[in-house]
Design a protein around this ligand. Structure first.
Ligand code: ADP
Ligand code: ADP
Ligand code: ZN
Length: 214
């Protein structure tokens, strides 16, 4: 099963993508996590990506598309995967489609986690991230067992630089301008499934599984 997660920043894509990946035993591929790992490791890609990420802007397609099309060609993706945070622009979606068609395959579902902007600012302000394993928590909605510490790997949790309120509004603007058009793109392909992302985490997940199948 090959799945794309769509939705505004903070809609819960990453939270759901992890659960879906565990459930179907497929890799979870998050471009945001890949960029943050590169920043942490001080790579050239990380340095370039950071300039854009800190401003709430998208990393250019030239730095993003090959990263993903190479990743999905790897052996562990043979039985499917879940893309979280990619594609984010129409050119990225087209690049993905070309790469998949060249491999004789195509995406199965685009899951749109629908959350209005009004709910997003609160979600982002309370988000705490583990930059070591990509784990995500929330001060109110998904608290770690020990305050400030990742349940999975024991690292310290942080407020991401780009989750500060001044950057969140910029990211929402970028989402509406550049990413939201993908909803129509996948609707036209007949693979769009929209889920009410304002519900509790487990209910959102249950709705997704109901649509994708056991
Ligand atoms: P969120 O989960 O809150 O939407 P991500 O972790 O997916 O955030 O992305 C964080 C930042 O990384 C984005 O604001 C953007 O700068 C960059 N980024 C991630 N994925 C992409 C992509 N597919 N294209 C361009 N930039 C991206
Ligand atoms: P995205 O990957 O779309 O940017 P995340 O999965 O990181 O979003 O979720 C954003 C924040 O909201 C995180 O702190 C997460 O714990 C929290 N969250 C995710 N889903 C829900 C939900 N259904 N209800 C309340 N909070 C949620
Ligand atoms: Zn962790």
């Amino acid at each position: 099963m090959k799945i794309i997660m769509l939705g505004a920043p903070g809609a819960g894509k990453g939270t759901q993508a992890k659960k879906i990946a565990d459930y179907y035993h497929i890799p979870h591929i998050s471009t945001g996590d890949i960029f943050r790992a590169n920043i942490k490791n001080g790579t050239e890609l990380g340095k370039k990506a950071k300039e854009y990420m800190d401003q709430g802007l998208l990393v250019p397609d030239e730095l993003t598309c090959d990263l993903v099309t190479d990743r999905v060609a790897k052996e562990d993706c043979a039985n499917g995967y879940i893309l979280d945070g990619f594609p984010r622009t129409i050119p990225q979606a087209e690049a993905l489609e070309r790469a998949l068609n060249a491999m004789g395959t195509d995406m199965d579902y685009a899951v749109n986690v629908d959350v209005p902007d009004a709910n997003i600012v609160n979600r982002m302000a309370g988000r705490r991230a583990c930059l070591n394993c990509g784990g995500t928590y929330h001060l109110e909605f998904l608290r770690p067992k020990t305050e400030g510490i990742c349940d999975t790997c024991g690292s310290e949790l942080v407020l991401r630089d780009d989750d500060k309120p001044e950057t969140v509004q910029k990211r929402l603007d970028v989402y509406h301008a550049q990413t939201q058009p993908l909803i129509d793109f996948y609707e036209n392909k007949g693979i769009l499934k929209t889920i009410d992302g304002t519900q509790e985490i487990d209910k959102v997940f249950a709705d997704i599984i109901q649509i994708l199948g056991e």
